[in-house]
Design a protein around this ligand. Structure first.
Ligand code: GLP
Length: 259
């Protein structure tokens, strides 16, 4: 696992965007796994700027988002579909046929989850998966105790996650209770993973993911099994890491040290 501790949250978002852009420059037809959440918003802002200035072209990529709320149709403003349209798809010119999310309004959500997992395989698998992390260690909506062998399926959200995400919903509107999320095994099949975490609220989950035991109690710890996982952190999110000096020696300021 590569642990990149960047000087601040803005440079961590930039580093994430840079790695994604380098990947797409090498593989214009890449299959990208995308994530929602407040942490990712600055990354998508950078991508939109690069698209506008002509230095990034996402028009040939295929994308699969990690998850969607069950019960929210794509035109609900807080659905992850609508969020991604606003944050990236419109600017990138990626139509719904190649910008994929589970359909939260599907009549049979379990069948939708199975079909979504199959669609990822049919597309050749994910080349680069972006991830955030919940303060309880979740990735996608794989809440603690999710099977490390799980595939895309319906997950009930914890009270903690619903409270954390309530800020995106109007007052009086209840945050959804269920999601369709890629499973942990689905995520681990991506050829590389890039997890971005900023802010001290994420510090305990980040430490558990990187240095804790491999455990379903912290779903992000499953990335310890991945042969190409990069964790991009700001100093606040890195606060609880015991081997922080080591990571900073290997990757000064989150960059690459010459051999
Ligand atoms: C949601 C998403 C996750 C995301 C998490 C953290 O639960 N399903 O993919 O990582 O939120 O979000 P934030 O970045 O807003 O803290």
């Amino acid at each position: 696992m590569r642990v990149l501790i960047c000087p601040d949250a803005a440079s961590a978002a930039r580093r994430t965007a840079d790695l994604l852009c380098e990947h797409v420059a090498r593989r214009p037809h890449a299959v990208l796994g995308l994530a929602t959440g407040g942490t990712m918003e600055p990354v998508y802002e950078i991508l939109r700027e690069r698209i506008a200035e002509g230095s990034l072209d996402l028009s040939s990529v295929t994308t699969f988002n990690l998850d969607e709320y069950v019960g929210l149709a794509g035109d609900h403003p807080q659905s992850y579909r609508a969020t991604m349209e606003r944050l990236l798809f419109e600017a990138a010119g990626i139509g719904p046929d190649r910008a994929r999310l589970p359909d939260g309004a599907a009549a049979d959500p379990a069948a939708e989850a199975d079909a979504y997992d199959a669609a990822i395989s049919e597309a050749g698998g994910i080349d680069l998966q972006l991830l955030g992390i919940g303060s309880n260690g979740h990735i996608g909506f794989n809440e603690p105790t999710s099977s490390l062998g799980s595939r895309t399926r319906i997950k009930t959200l914890t009270r903690e996650t619903r409270d954390a995400n309530a800020r995106f919903f109007d007052e009086g509107e209840e945050a959804p209770r269920f999601s369709i999320t890629m499973g942990i095994a689905t995520v681990l099949e991506a050829r590389s993973c890039l997890l971005l975490a900023t802010g001290e609220g994420k510090a305990p989950a980040v430490a558990a993911a990187i240095e804790g035991p491999l455990s379903a109690a912290c779903p992000a710890s499953a990335l310890q099994l991945h042969p190409s996982a990069t964790m991009i952190l700001d100093p606040d999110a890195a606060r609880d890491l015991k081997l922080r000096d080591y990571y900073e020696m290997v990757h000064p300021a989150g960059g690459e040290a010459p051999l």
